[in-house]
Design a protein around this ligand. Structure first.
Ligand code: 5AD
Ligand code: SF4
Length: 442
């Protein structure tokens, strides 16, 4: 028995910003196929769960989310599991969760419409699984960009060859691939035409991006940023996530020369002990990391530094952890993400001896976060009284209130109702741990 063709869809993305980008592109693809966006998962004929595999908690969440899609009458929508759990677990997913109709990996989602048709054919129990990493690029097969708010993501680089011993990314996203120069410039133009004023260039190792410009010259991310800076209507450029070993001169110098490149750098270090960095296969040391921070600060003294940290990596002693706290104290972060180590199937660290006890990880995470939160608060406080530009992104909770971002990626609440999409000068009149308050400059 055939299933009816879905008319409406809902895409729910978890995890990193690249998943948010992929989710937006899947939505555009389904719209191009004639489906329309439902108001939520409960109203949709097709629900796409765009999943994250980076830590166990995120990966396990998929199964409870699938269960929650069952409706009161016992029926379920057509369910597609996309993203990194789809890539890692493949056909295992419908075995564990029989209501799943489609499994599609992050490099194959341009084939989603075909998979939907396949899933329709055989009635209940028919499954379409596609976790290929095909030679053809999904980007070439996707429809043009549409409908944008003031800020947009643009994937320029995908995958990772670095194989940190804790990380699933090289397995779920594949090896490092840079999108061609022209493809990126064209997509940026389309995003600006569709209303974007700020673009965040995305990649697992975005600063490893490399390509040839129109003249056939090899360029790095810095060169690409300079080209995008020349696009009329594009006011702000950001990029994430970077690796400490790929901070080339052209990128560091762009922070000095390119006004539209925002003063923010997410440069994860993960840990502050060379012994642990070695066990993580990070291929940099504390000192070489600090050298990179010094270089970017020399180019752009006000740059906001952000990072990622893992506590409780196998073998981490109290002394190693103290070294992480010492490194954080030296760098002074504007914000950061910190996580308890989570053993991931198939990664080398998962089978290392000396796994750290859960209570020890809890304690270390708390101490690290207390320090990082204080640094974030201090960074925010230091902006009190300055005049700066805010790109207004959305409505706030109260009527007339809007929320936007400072150049340093801080959320700024503005009471006097500037239009969404406007870039306004504001005076910072209050600074809390998580946001600033601004008044339009007169
Ligand atoms: N356990 C905990 N955190 C992890 N990350 C990646 N893999 C793991 C893991 N197995 C963190 C790293 C990375 C961020 C995206 O997630 O800090 O930079
Ligand atoms: Fe994972 Fe390391 Fe690659 Fe980052 S650099 S995606 S942490 S393997």
């Amino acid at each position: 028995m055939n299933k009816p063709a879905p008319k409406t869809f809902h895409v729910k993305s978890f995890g990193c910003q690249m998943n948010v980008y992929d989710g937006a592109r899947m939505a555009e693809l389904l719209e191009a196929e004639g489906l329309s966006a439902a108001t939520g998962a409960d109203e949709a004929d097709l629900v796409v769960l765009n999943t994250c595999h980076i830590r166990e908690k995120a990966a396990e969440k998929v199964y409870s989310d699938i269960g929650r899609l069952r409706r009161d009458d016992g029926s379920s929508p057509m369910i597609a599991v996309a993203g990194c759990v789809a890539q890692a677990e493949g056909a295992e997913i419908p075995r564990r969760a029989p209501s799943v109709d489609i499994v599609v990996g992050p490099q194959a989602y341009h084939r989603l419409p075909d998979l939907v048709r396949e899933a329709q054919k055989g009635g209940r129990g028919a499954r379409a699984v596609d976790t290929d990493m095909p030679a053809e690029s999904k980007f070439d097969a996707l429809p043009a960009r549409r409908r944008q708010g003031p800020t947009a993501f643009l994937t320029v680089q995908e995958g990772c060859d670095k194989f940190c011993t804790y990380c699933v990314v090289p397995y779920t996203r594949g090896g490092e691939v840079s999108r061609p120069w022209q493809a990126v410039v064209d997509e940026a133009k389309a995003l600006v035409d569709a209303g974007a004023r700020e673009i965040t260039l995305l990649g697992q190792n975005v600063n490893a991006w490399e390509g040839e410009d129109e003249a056939g010259r090899v360029q790095g991310l810095g060169g690409l940023i300079r080209a995008l800076d020349r696009l009329p209507g594009l006011d702000r450029i950001r990029y994430t996530t970077s690796h400490p070993n790929d901070m080339r001169d052209d990128l560091v110098n762009a922070h000095k020369d390119v006004a539209s490149l925002m003063p923010f750098l997410h440069l994860p270090v993960q840990a502050g002990s060379d012994r642990i960095l070695k066990a993580m296969n990070r291929s940099h040391t504390v000192e070489s990391y600090l050298r990179q921070i010094d270089r970017v600060r020399a180019a752009r003294p006000d740059i906001a530094i952000s990072g990622d940290f893992i506590v409780g990596f196998p073998g981490e002693t109290e002394e190693d952890f103290a070294a992480t706290l010492a490194l954080v104290a030296r760098v002074e972060h504007a914000q950061a993400f910190s996580f308890k180590y989570s053993p991931r199937p198939g990664t080398p660290a998962a089978t290392m001896g000396d796994q750290v006890a859960a209570e020890v990880m809890d304690d270390r995470l708390q101490r690290l976060q207390a320090l990082l939160n204080k640094q974030q608060h201090d960074f925010n406080q230091a902006k009190l009284g300055i005049r700066t530009q805010v790109l207004i992104e959305r409505d706030g909770k109260k009527s007339g209130q809007r929320i936007g971002k400072s150049p340093w990626l801080q959320s700024v609440i503005v009471e006097d109702g500037p239009a969404i999409g406007s870039l306004v000068d504001v005076d910072i009149i209050a600074a809390g741990p998580n946001s600033l308050t601004g008044a339009i400059a007169s």
